[in-house]
Design a protein around this ligand. Sequence first.
Ligand code: LFR
Length: 468
Amino acid sequence: KEKAHYLAIDIGASSGRCILGWIENGKIRIEELYRFENCLEETDGHLCWNLARLFHEVITGLQRCKQLNRIPLSIGIDTWGVDFVLLDQADKVLGNTIAYRDGRTQGMDAEVYKIIKEEELYQHNGIQKQLFNSIYQLMAVQKQEPDLLNNARSFLMIPEYLNFLLTGEKKNEYTNATTTQLVNAETQDWDDDLIARLGLPREIFGKLHMPKSSVGYLLPEIQKIVGFDAEVLLPATHDTGSAVLAVPANDDHSIYLSSGTWSLMGIERLIPDCTEKSRQHNFTNEGGYHYRYRYLKNIMGLWMMQSIRKEFKHAYSFTELYTLAGIGSYFSSVVDVNDSSFLAPKNMINAVQDYCEKTGQEKPETECELLYCVYNSLAKCYADTVAEIEEVTGKVYPRIHVVGGGCQDSFLNKLTAEYTGKEVYAGPVEATTLGNLVAQMLKNNEFADLVAARETIARSFNVKKVQV
Ligand code: LFR
């Protein structure tokens, strides 16, 4: 039988990639067909995503498959969470696609808590408070552009909208839906009570589909442009859901750290923890593949490094950045990386300096000091998070698996191992893509189950122990 190929389209906040995967001699093989940039664009005074451009990149990726004669059996799209579009009666997008880092949600938490207390909200969904969650964004729409909601007929998250453009089918997916903070942790479905209390139109939220479900086939006009037909499947469409699916371990003794624009650190659990203690520690219970929960924390992550790198006058490579950071290791000021001033500052360097000044610490002045300050603060935050996970669960975790693009950051890996005192393993780099591919492969019965899939990932990719 001919080997089946699968295409994962993984779009992050700073880049997207189309990666083909298949199984050969019991191992997963991957090939990158296309990579593109993504970034926030300022439109009408708001930070927005350019969906037309992203869709164009998706099409280019599909055309590459045809050019290289690598026609996939199925296609899966994942992106970051929480952001969405509202479609009108004619399935046209209402308004701009405002991105989660935009300031429109300022004060929207208070508006939501007038309707439902913060504590009670957490009991419903166990989702970590992030001012950018869709619940606060929808409140912003309600307050600032109520017509959009009045005219809305469908609510689609970013991957779902791209799927719709490809297939003409509108399907909501469970893992990404949990990032809205509108899904009930127990019922694993839209929280009707909450949606009603918020005064949101219930009918815009469609039936939730699980990863591995079919969305549909490419529309005839898309087939014409790309030169083939394929089925579009749902992976865990929330990138973090896909990344964690690809953690190369099947035991209950590891903490994962999905490292990219964000650092997502946590464990996998079979039951959610929506207790007050968990809320106070600000842990989330995001819905995962096969009804598993991702019990984790969002940590500001490489976004700070990415921003600083852009602001430096010289164009340093990442390896040069690690070297510079190492030179700054005498510098001891520490920032709280999760402070809201780092979410979308006009200038990240100034934000770091201002934070140090505000907290009575020495200000980093040189590039080396700045970099080390951020690295050091990030690794300290990882160590604090590990301690919190152990406190909340009453368990000790000897290992950390760092996956995703950020696992290539050898300097950060070393600091992480040093500060946490844990064994740190790095890899695979393309975890999100692999998780996306594995969902498609599971659908086509390439593996018996998730355990077998993770074993295969561990066997197929380089997972390196970090030496301290
Ligand atoms: C990571 C991620 C996080 C989510 C943030 C915003 O890419 O999806 O899981 O909290 O982006 O959507």
